[in-house]
Design a protein around this ligand. Structure first.
Ligand SMILES: Nc1ncnc2c1ncn2[C@@H]1O[C@H](COP(=O)(O)OP(=O)(O)OP(=O)(O)O)[C@@H](O)[C@H]1O
Length: 615
């Protein structure tokens, strides 16, 4: 119990620390707005009571005028300060709520690639995002709870100050003398505390039921986010239309959705949670009724006049409301515990890949040598060798083609080369040193890669190619030209400043798969690294564009070492060496002419399977 309390406090402190680090001004604004907000209603209660007392008693017009002016002046000033800070705080808080999502994505980007692929981690992130979007639990809730708790504390302090004289005032009628005893004050305050505790416990119970359901609704959440994400995906939409998958997808959605009419959440809110909300409300009303009764009885007993009755009723009602808010905030802290834990669990996910410290020697002559030395690899959580004792040395300045059937391990080979994963056995060497020992960024600066499933961004063309907002426009133009992309076509009205896609700019240009591939190739060329890795770089190109790429391949590659994966064997002929993969093993190696001679082997089988359609 004590341990979990300490852990809860620790996690909340850490979360507030994150808010403070990101926006210290926001928390200062919060404190100002809460204090003025707490004083504001009590100023009204206090001066109204004074005015009523004056009206019921002496009725002095000067005193009345002064009281009214004071009330107006103080309320206006406090109201002004309150709204000024509240607005500033709200705007900043909303900006921060957005920013918190970046904290999660920044963490995701900094994780070892294999962890990004890990289903448990993916599930965790999905739950964190869902619950955050759905009910703000997690890091966001901490600041909402802090706001609520500070407001409650300030409210309790203000209410107590206005209530002290209620207990000090003495009833004079004999039947009400028991109200003068300190025991009455204790029972009165304990009663308020009892009722408010009960009401907030009931609310907490309802909140826990909702939180519990959200925990159990992982599959429903996944389906929901898949469906929500699908709405914006152009590529998938085509398939859905053509294959008429909407009914099937909607069926899955309807069956597993977690909220909306007829869902478990709907039943819960209409049923148990609804009953609990009503019970909490009734408890609050009962408490207010008793407060009215007791305050009126003490006034009837002669302890104070009519003006004070409004003050005490207002103050005690505010006291019970703020107590309830305080307890509610504590309940919220408890409910939020598991979500915070999940968030920090994710943020604390360690990276297990060895982080090297060596720098890579910068060489203008591109004399970098890479060697795969007896490398085997199984994807995390599997024991099937996707690469099996692979030995390969890249000769500097050479053009190497990698071919093989689907699933033979070609792309995995590239992923290992880019250190997205580390080999399960064996090692990869750069200039004789295990690549793990280099700083990752340094090591990767040796490679330019076009992945099979590359993605471009909804940004201007020039920024896409340079992968940066600042770039050398001449160099970008040159790379696009080498890759065969026509920047001067009518469609690219603003040249390099033309936006790709319409996501961010209504005048953006939707480009074809082949054009995307050319831009991705230009992006790799712009990096100007010693190795150019191309995974199926011409798969989406038309025959003419493909022929252009091949004919200018030597010019494109220059003195770089190129690794080229392709299913079109005819396109590999211009490479110096072809490596044939079969079920994770290198089964053949040589030039095209050498390999087609070996008629019993894999390359000949692949070549003749393709060539017969062109004969
Ligand atoms: N993240 C992953 N987790 C588990 N297995 C994977 C993963 N990615 C790929 N595989 C498996 O590894 C094997 C090799 O895949 P890889 O993508 O390297 O083949 P490939 O030769 O590039 O195929 P293709 O020609 O279809 O692109 C396949 O059986 C694939 O199912």
């Amino acid at each position: 119990m004590l341990h979990s309390m300490r852990e809860t406090i620790g996690m909340n402190k850490r979360a507030i620390g994150i808010w403070w680090r990101e926006s210290p001004g926001m928390l200062v604004e919060l404190i100002f707005y809460v204090i003025t907000g707490a004083v504001l209603p009590y100023a009204g209660i206090y001066f109204s009571a004074q005015i009523i007392t004056e009206l019921a008693g002496a009725k002095n017009p000067v005193v009345l005028r002064n009281l009214v002016l004071l009330l107006l002046g103080i309320e206006s000033l406090l109201g002004l300060i309150y709204h000024y800070f509240k607005n500033r705080y709200t705007v900043e808080r909303n900006r921060m709520l957005e920013k918190l999502r970046y904290i999660l994505s920044e963490k995701m980007l900094s994780l070892d690639f294999e962890k990004v692929d890990d289903a448990v981690i993916q599930d965790k992130v999905l739950q964190i995002e869902q619950i955050n979007r759905w009910s703000r639990f997690g890091l966001c809730m901490v600041v909402f709870t802090l706001e609520r708790m500070l407001q409650a504390i300030a409210g309790i302090a203000g209410a107590l100050m206005l209530t002290v004289s209620f207990f000090q005032a003495k009833a004079v009628k004999s039947a009400f003398l028991w109200m003068n005893s300190p025991l009455f004050a204790i029972v009165f305050l304990a009663g308020i505390l009892g009722f408010t505790t009960l009401a907030s416990r009931i609310v907490e119970r309802a909140q826990n039921m909702i939180a519990e359901l959200s925990e159990r609704a992982t599959f429903g959440n996944r389906v929901w986010s898949f469906m929500a994400g699908m709405a914006g995906e152009r590529e998938r939409e085509q398939d859905i239309r053509v294959y008429e998958q909407i009914p099937a997808a909607m069926g899955l959605y309807e069956k597993n959705k977690v909220w909306g009419i007829g869902t478990e959440m709907d039943r819960l809110e209409k049923g148990k949670v609804g009953v609990l909300a009503a019970a909490a409300n009734m408890t609050e009303r009962l408490c207010s009724g008793l407060v009215y009764l007791l305050v009126c009885l003490k006034a009837y007993g002669g302890a104070f006049g009519i003006g004070a009755v409004t003050q005490y009723i207002g103050a005690v009602t505010a006291l019970s409301h703020n107590l309830e808010e305080f307890l509610g905030a504590i309940g919220e802290v408890n409910t939020n515990r598991e979500f915070l834990k999940k968030t920090f669990d994710f943020l604390d996910t360690p990276n297990d890949m060895y982080q090297g410290s060596l720098t890579v020697e910068k060489r203008n002559d591109c004399q970098y040598e890479v060697e795969f030395k007896d490398v085997s690899f199984c994807y995390p959580g599997t024991d099937r060798k996707v690469l099996d004792h692979v030995n390969l040395k890249f000769r500097i300045g050479e053009k190497l083609a990698i071919v093989g059937e689907n699933g033979s391990g070609k792309s995995t080979f590239i992923k290992l080369l880019c250190r997205l994963y580390d080999p399960t056995e064996g090692e990869i060497l750069l200039n004789g040193i295990n690549i793990k020992k280099y700083k990752y960024k340094e090591y990767m600066s040796v490679f330019s890669v076009v992945f099979q499933d590359f993605k471009l961004f909804a940004l201007p063309l020039g920024q896409n190619v340079a992968a940066s907002t600042e770039y050398d426009a001449d160099k970008v133009q040159e790379c696009l030209k080498l890759a065969g992309f026509d920047v001067h076509s009518d469609r690219m009205k603003k040249g390099l400043d033309t936006w790709l896609y319409k996501d961010c700019d209504a005048d953006g240009v939707n480009i074809s798969g082949g054009e995307e591939q050319k831009i991705a190739l230009a992006r790799a060329l712009y990096q100007n690294a010693a190795f150019l890795i191309l995974d199926e770089p011409t798969a989406a190109l038309d025959p003419i564009a493909e022929a252009e790429v091949y004919s200018s391949f030597n010019e494109i590659v220059g003195d770089r070492t190129a690794v080229y994966i392709s299913h079109r064997l005819s396109s590999c002929r211009f490479c110096d060496e072809i490596v044939v993969f079969d079920r994770g093993r290198i089964v053949q190696q040589g030039t095209h002419e050498e390999l087609v001679e070996q008629t019993n082997c894999k390359y000949y089988e692949l070549w003749s399977a393709q060539a017969k359609y062109y004969a």
